[in-house]
Design a protein around this ligand. Structure first.
Ligand code: SF4
Ligand code: FES
Length: 204
């Protein structure tokens, strides 16, 4: 059996199994690293960059969901560069996100809202009009898609590829930019991060 490794996160030591990622090690310590695309039951996409942390000896911030622990590693989840990175990523994710929280069925249980309140800039620097996409677009008998709310985390896509193995979903580059589409109702809607794909019972 491989020996456990000791990692220092925000000044606290923790012993974890080799092969664990930094995000999981932090969670074991009770340190919540913001994340959107990571899900423990799915492969790592590393696309949202929200889980970036600073690791001693590394020249750039690293995404904690895709970085394996090493013995003696020193990690900071709340240094100034990490905080600035989170603010920048939230600003980027929200540039075209609709401000329809008052009528959104995920409001109050939304990690976009939660992380924005905790880490966001809180003063918009964007004055351009937001790009409009399809709202309440039916993609089957049970699911509607709000393309404006999708943050392209790909959790729904990976669920259909890796769990249901039904491969209904995908991303493509179209004339108006990247979009997602969904063709299956069911438990995959519970893997989503924003309320972009919703049961038709709640979405209208
Ligand atoms: S529809 Fe939801 S789960 Fe799928 S990529 Fe968009 S935000 Fe992520
Ligand atoms: S959670 Fe790590 S890159 Fe998205």
């Amino acid at each position: 059996m491989n020996p456990m490794v000791t990692v220092n996160i925000d000044g606290q030591d923790i012993r974890v199994e080799p092969g664990s990622n930094v995000l999981e090690a932090a969670e074991r310590l009770g340190v919540m690293v913001p994340r959107y695309c990571y899900h423990p039951g799915l492969s790592v996409a590393g696309s949202c960059r929200m889980c970036a942390v600073e690791i001693e000896g590394m020249p750039k911030l690293q995404i904690s969901c895709h970085t394996r622990v090493r013995d003696g590693m020193k990690v900071s989840t709340d240094s100034e560069p990490v905080v600035r990175m989170r603010q920048a990523m939230l600003e980027f994710l929200l540039v075209n996100h609709p401000l329809d929280c008052p009528v959104c069925d995920q409001s109050g249980e939304c990690d976009l809202q939660n992380f924005y309140m905790e880490h966001g800039l809180h003063e918009s620097r964007v004055f351009e009009d937001k790009i409009k996409r399809k709202k309440a677009f039916p993609i089957g008998p049970h699911v509607i898609l709000d393309q404006e709310r999708c943050i392209l985390c790909t959790r729904c896509v990976r669920f259909c590829e890796e769990v249901s193995e039904s491969h209904e979903l995908g991303f493509w580059i179209g004339a108006t930019g990247r979009s997602s589409t969904c063709f299956q109702a069911g438990s995959w809607t519970t893997t989503t991060r924003a309320t972009s794909s919703t049961s038709v019972r709640w979405g209208r």
